[in-house]
Design a protein around this ligand. Structure first.
Ligand code: HEM
Ligand SMILES: *[C@@H]1O[C@H](CO)[C@@H](O)[C@H](O)[C@H]1NC(C)=O
Ligand SMILES: *[C@@H]1O[C@H](CO)[C@@H](O)[C@H](O)[C@H]1NC(C)=O
Ligand SMILES: *[C@@H]1O[C@H](CO)[C@@H](O)[C@H](O)[C@H]1NC(C)=O
Length: 344
């Protein structure tokens, strides 16, 4: 941290006398400290650490990994579900496992919950951890670690690093889910909801790459396909790809509930950078994917991240930022014994 030169020269020192000089010096020093503090807020860790449980529960991370791997081996839909679970947890009231709580009017009961899943994986991990180190590992950390481990089964090692030390919150309100970006949002709306959470354009483009795996319900895409009648295709949607989507989701009213389309129509199960190639070809599945191309700076980033090395690096960096949103650390919050219930 480098401040402006604050020391008066020897020649001028004589004039720096009395109260004025002291106030001036105090102001400069204070200003400098404030600048450092502000930069510190942006850069320093909010109380998280890698391997936070090294001493208190040395096997915590390997338990999370082995239970996650076991369950993913039996259900290929889980990596996408767990990744989305972590995103929804962090965006709504911070990464505090509030999304897991079963209480009246909880986050789970809100509209965007429909395809959120993976809760059973978190429960299974928590059960194991409570047997090994009771009351030590937070549900919020389990969510963050399980998302990473589930996606990483496709790779020789973890695709990104996860800081731990989060504690669990006790408030879960459906009314807070308005913090989630809407699938029909335009570019400005998407950027606004990310910046409301302290994330920027780089994070928006990198984290949208999560849509390289997983599925969307027909109801999340039909407005792009029909919009009242069959000739009202979203102009940002490639017409051949639209036909593919229409064949699965024939009509807003006749699509069977629960029918889904792949978010990455090219390599739906691979956590790769083809999402960005798709988006460049107007083959992003959601309107929010297509919206990235409507801003020149975002479109340039989409082009850059089509390179897998750049995508993995950018995704790791932004996941770390996402994992820090409004975390409870130190003596704040609690460690739940059951992830679905406060104080238990
Ligand atoms: C940029 C704003 C975003 C919007 C508007 C958005 C919206 C959506 C929507 C509408 C779905 C499909 C839900 C359904 O129809 O059932 C979905 C699925 C998904 N989203 Fe996002 N999302 C965004 C960002 C993210 C981020 C940041 C992540 C994770 C880091 C993420 C991960 C996922 C995953 C993995 C799925 C598939 C879930 C599954 O297959 O079960 N999304 N998203
Ligand atoms: C999801 O929200 C809807 C209301 O939008 C509700 O009917 C449904 O029961 C919720 N699902 C879960 C699993 O809570
Ligand atoms: C977003 O923030 C990261 C640091 O967290 C920074 O490296 C990047 O340049 C920022 N992106 C934009 C577009 O400002
Ligand atoms: C279909 O929708 C488009 C765009 O909304 C509109 O221009 C057109 O007139 C509509 N056609 C019919 C037959 O309603």
């Amino acid at each position: 941290m480098r401040g402006r030169q604050a020391t008066p020269t020897a020649a001028g020192a004589g004039r720096w006398r009395g109260a004025t000089a002291w106030w001036w010096l105090a102001a400069v020093v204070l200003g400098h400290l404030l600048t450092c503090a502000r930069a510190g807020l942006l850069e320093t860790n909010p109380g998280l650490a890698y391997n936070f449980y090294a001493k208190t529960c040395p096997n915590a991370e390997s338990i999370v990994r082995s239970v996650t791997r076991q369950m993913v081996a039996g259900n290929a839909a889980l990596p996408a579900r767990l990744l989305r679970l972590h995103f929804h947890d962090c965006f709504v009231n911070g990464c505090d496992a509030s999304i897991l709580l079963d209480v009246a009017n909880s986050e789970k009961t809100a509209g965007p919950n429909l395809s959120v899943g993976g809760y059973e994986v978190i429960d299974a991990i928590k059960t194991q951890l409570e047997q090994t180190c009771p009351g030590v590992v937070s549900c919020a950390d389990i969510v963050a670690l399980a998302a990473r481990d589930a996606v990483s089964v496709q790779f020789p090692s973890s695709l990104w690093q996860v800081e731990t030390g989060r504690r669990d919150g006790s408030v879960s309100l459906a009314s807070n889910t308005g913090a989630l970006p809407s699938p029909s949002a335009g570019f400005a709306g998407l950027l606004q909801s990310f910046s409301n959470r302290g994330l920027n354009l780089t994070d928006l483009v990198a984290l949208s790459g999560a849509h390289t795996i997983g599925v969307a319900s027909c109801s999340s895409v039909t407005s792009r396909l029909y919009n009242g009648n069959a000739t009202a295709l979203d102009p940002l949607l490639d017409s051949a790809y639209a036909q593919t989507l229409m064949s699965t989701c024939p009509n807003p009213s006749t699509s069977k509930a629960g029918t889904t389309v792949n978010l990455d129509g090219t390599t739906p199960a691979k956590f790769d950078s083809t999402y960005y190639t798709n988006v460049q070809r107007k083959q992003g599945t959601l309107a929010s994917d297509a919206a990235l191309m409507s801003n020149a700076q975002a479109a340039q980033m989409v082009a850059d991240l089509a390179n897998p090395i750049k995508f993995y690096a950018a995704f790791s960096m932004s996941m770390k930022k996402m994992g820090r949103i409004d975390v409870l650390t130190g003596t704040k919050g609690q460690i739940r014994k059951q992830c679905r219930q406060v104080g238990s």
